[in-house]
Design a protein around this ligand. Structure first.
Ligand SMILES: CC(C)(COP(=O)(O)OP(=O)(O)OC[C@H]1O[C@@H](n2cnc3c(N)ncnc32)[C@H](O)[C@@H]1OP(=O)(O)O)[C@@H](O)C(=O)NCCC(=O)NCCS
Length: 238
């Protein structure tokens, strides 16, 4: 069983860093790290929205139509500004809804969901007594017979130190130990740091798809499915 604290050998720059199984006292820190990690994607999602041809058409169309009908410059500028502010609010609202939903589901029952279930686990990275990173894994529903990596997040103050890499490898080791052939995970088009991390670790992109919600379709908000094949050599060392 993969249960005890795991020393992380390649984190020599960070003395006192360990990866260990989740304990009940970690609850608040885990929720906080997840909430902060997700909230930071609001600005990049807004930029993604602005890059979409449909958004540009709506903004240009509104601007030109109001300019032509009102013969005023102020009205179209105000209207476009309001549209942009509304879009930003909507994105913030959608992220908050997703965060709240997650906090009510598995993140509200970490012990039950991850530690008391078969072939599942949840770990935290702890630095000098403080929880600085999280990751969980479960049997994958979309690809039965594989393990799904979930809830990977690292505090901003501790980024770029290899903590996510170590947490991902912990999931890889757990999966291999239990004889599963692959780790599956899902990330979104705006989570570019995560995409780089997974590709760096040897994960392969399986597919990119738009989630069924209308707003996601309109904004071309895609989800990327990654797979790490453990039989094919597993994670890259660096
Ligand atoms: C994605 C995330 C977990 C990375 O955490 P991290 O601890 O900083 O990552 P690491 O230090 O382990 O980086 C490992 C590798 O990922 C890549 N990487 C991570 N952040 C990167 C960045 N900002 N730019 C470029 N590459 C990056 C690099 O390849 C890096 O390897 P290298 O340092 O040898 O070049 C972190 O940015 C995060 O918590 N983001 C918010 C939550 C989130 O989006 N989670 C993903 C859910 S799917």
């Amino acid at each position: 069983m993969f249960q005890g604290p795991t020393a992380v050998p390649d984190l020599s720059a960070m003395s006192g860093l360990t990866i260990r199984r989740y304990e009940n006292d970690d609850d608040e820190a885990v929720k906080e790290i997840f909430t902060m990690g997700m909230s930071e994607h609001v600005p990049s999602s807004f930029v993604h929205l602005l890059k979409q041809p449909l958004t540009q058409m709506i903004l240009m169309g509104t601007f030109c139509a109001l300019m032509a009908s009102s013969k005023s410059f102020l009205l179209p500028v105000v209207a476009v500004t309001l549209l942009l502010a509304g879009a930003k609010q909507l994105i913030g609202y959608l992220f908050s809804s997703y965060i709240n939903e997650s906090l009510k589901k598995d993140l509200n029952r970490i012990r039950e969901t991850y530690l008391e279930s078969k072939d599942a686990c949840f770990w935290v990275a702890e630095s000098d007594g403080r929880v600085v990173g999280t990751v969980g894994c479960l049997p994958c529903k979309t690809q039965p017979g594989c393990i799904e990596l979930k809830r990977l997040s690292v505090r901003r103050s501790h980024r770029g130190l290899g903590i996510a890499k170590a947490l991902s490898r912990t999931v890889g080791d757990f999966t291999r130990e239990r004889g599963f052939p692959a780790v599956i995970l899902y990330t979104s088009v705006v989570q570019t740091d995560a995409q780089k991390l997974y590709e760096h670790l040897g994960y392969k992109r399986l597919r990119e798809f738009v989630i069924p919600e209308t707003i996601a379709k309109l904004t071309n908000f895609t989800v990327i499915e990654y797979r790490l094949d453990l039989n094919a050599g597993g994670e890259k060392d660096d």
